[in-house]
Design a protein around this ligand. Sequence first.
Ligand SMILES: [Zn+2]
Length: 225
Amino acid sequence: MPGFTCPFCNQIMSIDNTTVRSYHPSFNKPNEDIISISQNHCHSSTVRITFYNCPSCMKSTIKVTGVGNQVKDMTSNFYPNSVAKQFPDYIPEQIRNDYQEACAIVNLSPKASATLSRRCLQGMIRDFWKISKGSLYDEISELNGKIPADLWSALDGLRKLGNIGAHMEKDTSVIIDIDPSEAENLIVLIELLMKEWYINRHERDNLFSKILTTTAQKQAEKKGK
Ligand SMILES: [Zn+2]
């Protein structure tokens, strides 16, 4: 069963009728019969409002999707108004801000979102890997051999990908043409890198220092006996 990640507390919740409910209001009716809902049979203004109620933090995530002919393909993250996940403070603020903004405008302006994602990616490569070149293209080249091969292939594929690749060779402030799904893929990649780089390093450091502390304690206990 697919889960839903609560954007407030990051807990994964199961999707069933105790956690998720949808309503279909329109100009004509306060709540259309869900079973009969299809574009041709409902009012042209019908929307689907879906509530995800998190059992962990009790907060509701609310999404609105167009169903009727007039509003079909419209979708909006009503609350919170962004799909952005919360990342920890030890990731530099500028990087988290670029990511948050890229998420907030992904449907409204995929172009601007992708531009922010690229800047976020460049920020991470410069901060985490201390690689700073004239262009993001050169910086990704420099990463070759430093990160797992499959991850580098994904980045390499990305820079080669159509419009993104063409413009990665130029300054990251250049606006590019891109569709929402491509912009979303960039966001997912940024999330993956935050996890693979910053969060994993933080957790590894924590683990190592715990092990060292425990070892030191055990040795002290031994000496004490
Ligand atoms: Zn929650």
